[in-house]
Ligand binder design. Structure first.
Ligand code: ZN
Length: 502
């Protein structure tokens, strides 16, 4: 078995790991490397989509391989000169962008294999996000060369449906998920996707998915068995409510002699657990008088449901954004659980609505929470808002309230500025703020209101001890040397682009 780490060995995210045996192989994740991306781009300085893969290849955001969609190769790039590994599928561990954000560049013959929940989230992301080539994973508008072929233009013809990538499910796929995957929220139809199961790939090795606990539903680790057995953790933790699932995967992974493991928090102490977060947020929400706002990362559905529990306990209603409601519907298509039944939907004042917003309105028209209703009785609600939503407080005009920041700390200077701006909004409406504070122009984060999606040092050690592999390959980390300090020669540090044959 040969393992090549094209990306994500020494950065947090951007995993692109190629595993092959007898010249047939699969990628484990094909994510966006935000560290690399951020070196060249920001919110306004962006990729030029009319140049297809050109920019991403030249900047090293995707590896120089001949594995990309043909319609994205402009005439001034000779992709045929790059090596062409035989890639049957990309096995996606979970739907965070640093793991899935470059799948859209891949040749359409390369299937996406993932859990039902991950496939549903991926489709919902594509429906609701502004299109960027890397995220056009489940469906895309085929591009055609313009003029001399250096620029490419997407077909706008309604007669030409969106092309679809083959999707393979690691578990039983429901009729409602199949329907959701073909349902278009845009003006063009979506070609009916070919859906099937991983076994159909006819690979010389088997790949099995095991659900595990991370800060997004549907996350899994993979166990690959061929000449040797290899386990890949994706992102995981052991301090959430799904910790037992992680342990089950690790016990299965005992078969593996090679463990590819994430190390986001290598060298970091044990932190706050999801249960701690629950009791701290509950205590604050119980005491709150006016409107309560809960701010957590998009697609952290577990946290969303936790605030739902809190709302129920203290006799309030949880109001989610339209995008959250659409995502929760997607999850329902995958696993049959109606998570919207006791929730309301905030409908922002807007002149034009996208297709997916109209669909939310159709589905949940009777659950709409209008800003005027919240304004009349703010003490009845917990509102799920974050930084980009605070502008809508101008339609609610609360006199005071409580803001619980339940997400990760700012990492860059730019992110710090966002918190200063958020602070101004909250000051304007006299909010008590928990989870962060601004003092002397600096931003400080208060522990206890957020739990990480990643394993602490202690849990990484426990995970490795359970699996007890011969070879440990750290990825998704800036501290690969921490693994060497603890596990010595068993650790193989593979640099980006390098391979290991076992
Ligand atoms: Zn993740």
């Amino acid at each position: 078995m040969k393992i090549t780490i094209y990306d994500g060995a020494t950065t947090i995210g951007g995993n692109k790991i190629y595993v092959e045996e007898r010249e047939k192989g699969v990628f484990l994740d094909f994510g966006m490397n935000f560290a690399k991306h951020g070196q060249y781009y920001d919110e306004f300085l962006r990729e030029r989509s009319s140049r297809g893969i050109y920019d991403a290849v030249q900047l090293g955001i995707i590896p120089r391989l001949n594995i990309y969609r043909e319609d994205l190769v402009p005439s001034d790039l000779d992709a045929s000169a790059f090596p062409r590994p035989d890639v049957s599928a990309v096995f996606l561990s979970h739907a965070h962008l640093d793991h899935c954000g470059c799948i859209g560049y891949l040749d359409e013959g390369i299937a996406i294999a993932a859990t039902a929940t991950t496939l549903a989230i991926l489709k919902a992301l594509r429906d609701t996000l502004k299109a960027s080539p890397g995220m056009e994973a489940p469906y895309f508008a085929r591009k055609y060369p313009k003029d001399d072929g250096r620029t490419l233009e997407a077909s706008r013809s309604k007669k030409e449906p969106y092309a679809c990538r083959k999707m393979l499910c690691t578990e039983k796929i429901s009729e409602s998920l199949l329907q959701f995957l073909c349902q278009s929220q845009r003006t063009k139809e979506i070609e009916t996707p070919e859906c099937g199961y991983v076994e159909e790939l006819g690979l010389p090795f088997s790949v099995e998915a095991f659900e595990l606990d991370h800060s997004i539903y549907g996350a899994c680790g993979f166990l690959i068995e061929g000449d040797i057995a290899l386990a890949y953790t994706g992102d995981f933790r052991m301090h959430g409510r799904g910790a037992e699932k992680t342990r089950r995967f690790l016990r299965e992974a005992k078969k593996a002699s090679v463990l590819i493991i994430e190390g986001t928090r290598a060298g970091e102490e044990e932190g706050i657990s999801e249960d701690n977060v629950f009791s701290n947020c509950l205590a604050v929400a119980e005491e709150a008088k006016g409107l309560v706002i809960a701010d957590f990362s998009p697609r952290n559905f577990e946290r969303l449901e936790m605030f739902g529990e809190i709302a129920k306990k203290i006799g309030r209603e949880l109001v989610v954004t339209a995008k959250d409601a659409y995502m929760l519907k997607a999850l329902e298509c995958a696993d049959g659980t109606d998570r919207m039944k006791d929730k309301r939907v905030y409908f922002e004042l807007k002149a034009q609505r996208d297709g997916w917003e109209k669909y939310v309105l159709e589905l949940y028209g009777d659950k709409i929470a209008d800003p005027a209703e919240i304004s009349r009785a703010p003490e009845n609600f917990i509102l799920c808002f974050s930084y980009y939503d605070v502008k809508h407080l101008l339609d609610i005009m609360p006199e005071s309230g409580t803001y619980i920041y339940s997400s990760s700390e700012a990492h860059s200077e730019e992110e710090q500025f966002d918190f200063l701006r958020l602070h101004n909004w909250l000051k304007l409406f006299n909010f008590d703020v928990y989870g962060f504070r601004v003092e002397g122009g600096g931003v400080f984060f208060e522990k206890g209101f957020h739990a990480s999606g990643h394993a602490s040092s202690k849990d990484l050690i426990e995970a490795i001890e359970i699996v007890d592999p011969d070879v440990i390959i750290p990825v998704h980390t800036e501290r690969a040397e921490w693994f060497v300090e603890h596990f010595g020669k068993r650790v193989k540090m593979i640099r980006e682009g390098d391979s290991l044959v076992i």
